[in-house]
Design a protein. Structure first.
Length: 136
């Protein structure tokens, strides 16, 4: 969904040579970004990552993010629980799993972060952040 104003977001970037950076994931809340960054750093200890706050800038990923509260069938009054999924494998396998989740109506393919190379040759990762109603 395109909005007239781009929201302020927390973005995890992977640092690349020659002062380049690659967006890995983006969040509306700093606490979620920091906890995901911690997990990503544990999964990819040889890579460098930074957390940046982007004020009303263009989204670095291919699809704009939406507030979790805007998800259908999950009003803000409901207790929500955060789920973070990381897929790390070859590009074809990661793409196949993402599309499988899409076919099974678990998550849209566009909900995943862009494919990011890991320190291992031929290996990429993608991240999904999803909210569910917490059990009472």
């Amino acid at each position: 969904m395109n909005t007239p104003e781009t929201p302020n977001t927390w973005i995890i970037y992977r640092l690349l040579p020659n002062f380049q950076r690659l967006p890995v994931a983006q969040f509306l809340r700093r606490s979620e970004a920091e906890s995901s960054l911690k997990v990503i750093r544990q999964l990819l200890p040889k890579s460098e990552f930074i957390l940046a706050f982007e004020v009303g800038s263009e989204n670095p990923t291919t699809e704009p993010i939406e507030s979790p509260a805007a998800e259908p069938n999950l009003p803000t009054s409901v207790n929500r629980e955060l789920l973070k999924l990381f897929i790390i494998s070859s590009r074809p396998v990661v793409s196949r799993v993402i599309h499988s989740f899409h076919r099974d109506n678990f998550a849209c393919a566009t909900d995943w972060s862009p494919l990011v190379p890991t320190q291992n040759p031929g290996e990429v990762m993608s991240v999904l952040i999803k909210y569910f109603a917490a059990d009472a």
